[in-house]
Design a protein around this ligand. Structure first.
Ligand SMILES: [Zn+2]
Ligand SMILES: [Zn+2]
Length: 135
């Protein structure tokens, strides 16, 4: 069976990623770490099995921030764009949707860490909101 693939890249385009269009979930995260990391009100993230995503160009430029056995945050060492985070014993990858070049089938459908939301940002949609994580 042919899987639909989608692609992503960092700002300077040195790093190209490709993944199956098979996100298990997607959300907007309003935690303060995401705010600092993205310089924006929230991050838009989709979760996928790590085996379904590959770096297809520029792997040598990929900086593995905070690397442990559990995972790391993948950032371009040239332009510093956050691309994705590997977590859960490296089994799961959280892709920053801002890096995607194509539209994923699954769109973010809930908000998390509303407890930490920026006071200057108003959520304008009616998607479910969670104080921290969904139960
Ligand atoms: Zn880059
Ligand atoms: Zn967050």
């Amino acid at each position: 069976m042919n899987k639909k693939m989608i692609q992503g890249e960092c700002l300077c385009r040195s790093i190209q990623i490709e993944m199956e269009d098979d996100f298990k979930y997607a959300f907007y995260c309003h935690c303060s770490l995401c705010r600092r990391r993205t310089g924006s009100a929230f991050s838009s993230i989709g979760g996928i099995e790590s085996e379904k995503i590959n770096v297809i160009q520029g792997e040598s430029l990929l900086f593995r921030e905070g690397e442990t056995a559990d995972g790391y945050r993948a950032i371009c060492s040239k332009c510093h764009s956050p691309l994705f985070s590997v977590l859960m014993d490296r089994k799961r990858t959280h892709v920053n949707f801002g890096a995607l070049k194509n539209e994923p089938s699954r769109k973010p459908d809930h908000h998390i860490y509303i407890d930490s939301k920026a006071s200057w940002y108003e959520i304008q949609d009616s998607l479910p909101q969670f104080a921290k994580l969904p139960n």
